[in-house]
Design a protein around this ligand. Structure first.
Ligand code: ASP
Length: 340
């Protein structure tokens, strides 16, 4: 019998209303299993691990990703797949980070959660949980895992984790991977897009838990001031800056803006260009404004999500103190996070 480990970190899926003030607070995981008796019908052995304390995902810190990676590593041999129950607010950040931290993954790690607590009528949590468990336990005829990737299952869609983003604050259809089709869609059956699913590299599984979080994000906008750009780009607390740019990677072309970019780049900072658009890719060769960034030393994030870029930087910077090393890997496709 295939074995799945359910790791419950917190989030709406396992919350209930506090009668005192009607706010949602986490409840005991044992009750969650009682709420979803369907889980017992699978020909799967399902064990669970509960975070203590449970966390609203707005409080997720890289330390919790390290903890999660450690739990998966310790249980890796004993289980065929993992389901991580997680709040939706930062699920795409966590799935992205884990996709880099879990190296040579050959088993599914499926994140899921819900917009309505599982105890509520019309909850989306029940279907999300049941299908996520089915996917985590699914094998191909040769006995290998059907989806050996870190992914997010939500509202009938299985998405690559580091390609996903939360697109709806309160609707059930809350996640998309705008630059990549789903890895699977659940209808009467779960239809896997086998051609898109990454196969294991063959190396030995391991975790990389060193993370360096000295990253700032600068979202450019009309009216951005010189002082703000200076503070973010030249501040001593940052080793890398993600520039969230317009369209296909464009930013203001005024001299002061490019001077600050050049100063930051000359001082060795890592500068990564990620588009503000939901869909499409950075291409700094298209317009003069983009080309100026590229000449000033800004690297292309291609079609990466902001969440995917943040995790990639944390991971690469944690691996090596040399910024040139980080830059040499940033434009490479490490875990299917960019189309290249
Ligand atoms: N605030 C919750 C969280 O992200 C919302 C959710 O679970 O969807 O933890």
């Amino acid at each position: 019998m295939n074995k799945v480990l359910l790791i419950y970190t917190g989030g709406t899926i396992g919350m209930k209303e506090d009668p005192a003030d009607q706010t949602l607070r986490p409840f005991d995981f044992g009750s969650l299993m009682e709420e979803v008796p369907e889980l017992r019908k699978f020909a799967l052995k399902i064990d669970s691990y509960t975070f203590d304390p449970l966390i609203d995902s707005s409080d997720i810190e890289p330390g919790m990703w390290q903890k999660l990676a450690g739990i998966i590593e310790r249980h890796y041999e004993a289980y065929d797949g993992f389901v991580v129950l997680h709040g939706t607010d930062t699920m795409a950040y966590s799935a992205s980070a884990l996709s880099y931290m879990l190296q040579n993954l050959s088993k599914p790690v499926v994140f899921t959660g819900s917009q309505l607590p599982i105890g509520r009528l019309r909850t989306d949590g029940r279907e999300n949980l049941v299908s996520a468990v089915e996917i985590a336990g699914s094998k191909l005829p040769d006995g290998s895992a059907t989806v050996p990737e870190v992914c997010i299952y939500f509202n009938s869609l299985l998405l690559r984790g580091n390609r996903s983003t939360k697109v709806d604050a309160d609707g059930f259809d809350a996640f998309r991977s705008p630059n990549m089709p789903p890895l699977a869609e659940a209808g009467i059956d779960i239809r896997f897009n086998h051609d898109l699913i990454r196969r294991p590299s063959g190396g030995e599984f391991g975790i990389g838990t060193a993370l360096d979080t000295r990253v700032s994000i600068l979202k450019v906008h009309p009216g951005i001031t010189e002082q703000v750009v200076k503070d973010v780009l030249l501040g001593s607390a940052t080793r890398a800056v993600i520039l969230e740019t317009f369209g296909c990677g464009n930013a203001p072309s005024r001299d002061w803006f490019l001077d600050i970019i050049r100063q930051a780049s000359d001082s060795g900072k890592i500068l990564l260009n990620v588009t503000q658009c939901l869909r499409g890719t950075v291409n700094m060769d298209l317009y003069a404004t983009g080309r100026a960034l590229s000449r000033a030393g800004v690297l292309s994030g291609y079609d990466i999500t902001l969440e995917g870029a943040l995790g990639k930087l944390f991971f690469l910077m944690g691996k090596n103190n040399d910024n040139e090393y980080v830059k040499s890997y940033l434009e490479r496709n490490l875990r299917g996070e960019i189309t290249k």
